[in-house]
Design a protein around this ligand. Structure first.
Ligand code: APR
Length: 171
């Protein structure tokens, strides 16, 4: 599996699946969540509401992942996951690692071979980008399955540096 880190907007990535840093309600939000819903169009929220009416009446738990279609996005799938929120005392790195591994498990289940991740929890949820990068790279490196490319798509220069360092450091 190839792993790379680039600076950019995850909504424009031409990959099979992009991962959304959602919240448990799946009803959208700011940051990546807001950008993905804006780019995907209203059909994404409708599909998320259907998930809440059926499979996920209590919402998506932290560390778990669920797929939806990509709707108006270039990506065929959106894999929603919920990162740990440091402001709520959710500081266990295993919870954050589970976001990456459960999203890759979902990618395998839908036969997505190329997957783009944002820096989950490194924004509103208050985690240090360097720690997110270390946890993310370790989790992805420790995962095995049929995904061929994992692309970390970072918005800020500082976060890109953190992931580039984590990739070099773990090489
Ligand atoms: N593409 C790639 N990365 C992005 C984009 C984008 N379009 N927009 C923001 N980011 C970056 C942020 O700069 C940050 O580094 O994604 C990282 C994650 O930030 P958040 O989106 O705030 O995600 P998170 O910290 O996991 O907080 C999730 O925020 O938007 C709400 O509904 C969401 O409640 C949930 C919470």
């Amino acid at each position: 599996m190839r792993i790379e880190a680039v600076q950019g907007d995850i909504t424009s990535q031409d990959v099979d699946a992009i991962v959304n840093a959602a919240n448990s309600s799946l009803m959208g939000g700011g940051g990546v969540d807001g950008a993905i819903h804006r780019a995907a169009g209203p059909g994404l929220l409708e599909e998320c509401m259907e998930l809440r009416r059926t499979e996920l009446p209590d919402g998506l738990p932290v560390g778990q992942s669920v797929p939806t279609a990509g709707h108006d996005l270039p990506a065929r799938w959106v894999i929603h996951t919920v990162g740990p929120n440091r402001h709520r005392g959710e500081t266990d790195p295993a919870l954050l690692a589970a976001c990456f591994t459960s999203a890759l498990d979902v990618a395998d289940a839908v036969s997505a071979r190329t997957v783009a991740f944002p820096a989950i929890s490194a924004g509103v949820y208050g985690w240090d980008p360097a720690e997110v990068a270390r946890v993310a790279v370790d989790a992805v490196r420790g995962w095995s399955g049929d995904v061929e490319l994992v692309r970390f798509v970072l918005f800020g220069e500082d976060v890109l540096r953190a992931f580039t360092f984590a990739l070099d450091d773990a090489a």
